[in-house]
Design a protein around this ligand. Structure first.
Ligand code: SF4
Length: 279
């Protein structure tokens, strides 16, 4: 089980993602290997899911399902297709708990089912003393700066829309959190950036925050490493050499960078009295 994401299982209704983030880690990494070009809906997913969950429920192998870990489950196409909704109904039927990740206000159309999943899900033993609800809703941000978000996440709902959606979900009684992933070196990872981001999500009801640095994969023209440096060159050319230094030849930033980021983040979580993990 992935303790961090609370996930025993993962489920993605779509392949590829029309939010088109410049840094999208699925482009050029193993996480995108099985993705088809262009956006695709996994139309046989309901059938497969029924089989899988029926089998697991029979053996009482209940675990949180990470929903939307590789692509957003509330892409604009969901408004018509309602594939995510169909899968949620199956999850409710088999009483599995859920950790759903999104950036989209479209989630609001499914709060009725999500609420029922929260009430009916069988909570795995290791979480029983930590929660009595079977649903966690996370909203991801690489920044809460609107200008930066337009550059790096051209197709995604704005950070302000995400904050407002998170607030509404909190008001409806859900456990909600913010996932700062990936934090952009020198643009959204400094003390002042993180301070503002944590303050904003806390004001919008976040019960927890998590954070992680940028990863850059691939050398192809559409891979995230290539695209990230292109966009950086266009908008923030002065940051290109500094960014290359912290990555060296790796897909991940240096250990030193990661440690410093982690310490900064933990310190700010203490300042704002907010958990830095789901439970
Ligand atoms: S929302 Fe997530 S999956 Fe979609 S493009 Fe952005 S980083 Fe990739």
């Amino acid at each position: 089980m992935d303790d961090w994401f609370l996930s025993g299982y993962s489920l993605n209704p779509y392949s590829n993602c029309s939010f088109n983030c410049v840094y999208c880690y699925t482009r050029g990494s193993k996480y995108g290997e099985n993705q088809v070009p262009g956006l695709a809906a996994k139309i046989n997913a309901p059938e497969v899911l029924v089989k899988q969950l029926k089998n697991r429920a029979r053996k009482r192998e209940y675990g949180f399902i990470a929903f939307g870990s590789a692509t957003d489950p509330y892409l604009p196409v969901e408004e018509d297709l309602r594939l995510t909704r169909e899968l949620l109904i199956i999850i409710l039927r088999f009483r599995f708990p859920l950790h759903l990740l999104t950036r989209s206000p479209l989630i609001l159309q499914d709060l009725d089912i999500l609420k029922k999943i929260g009430e009916k899900a069988v909570i795995p033993d290791q979480f029983q003393d930590k929660t009595d609800t079977g649903v966690v809703l996370s909203f991801s941000f690489s920044t809460t700066d609107e200008h930066l978000a337009r550059i790096f996440e051209p197709g995604a709902p704005s950070p302000q829309e995400r904050l407002e959606t998170m607030k509404q979900c909190k008001e409806e009684g859900f456990t909600v959190g913010a996932i700062f992933m990936p934090l952009l070196p020198f643009l959204s990872d400094r003390e002042e950036h993180l301070d503002e981001m944590i303050r904003k999500v806390k004001e919008s009801g976040a019960d927890f925050v998590m954070a992680s640095g940028l990863t850059l994969f691939g050398e192809g023209p559409q891979d995230c490493k290539t695209r990230y440096y292109e966009v950086l060159e266009e908008h923030f050319p002065e940051l290109v050499p500094k960014t290359r230094v912290i990555f060296g030849n790796s897909f991940a930033p240096s250990r030193k960078y990661q440690n410093e980021l982690h310490q900064r983040f933990v310190r700010l979580c203490q300042k704002y009295q907010i958990r830095n993990r789901v439970y």
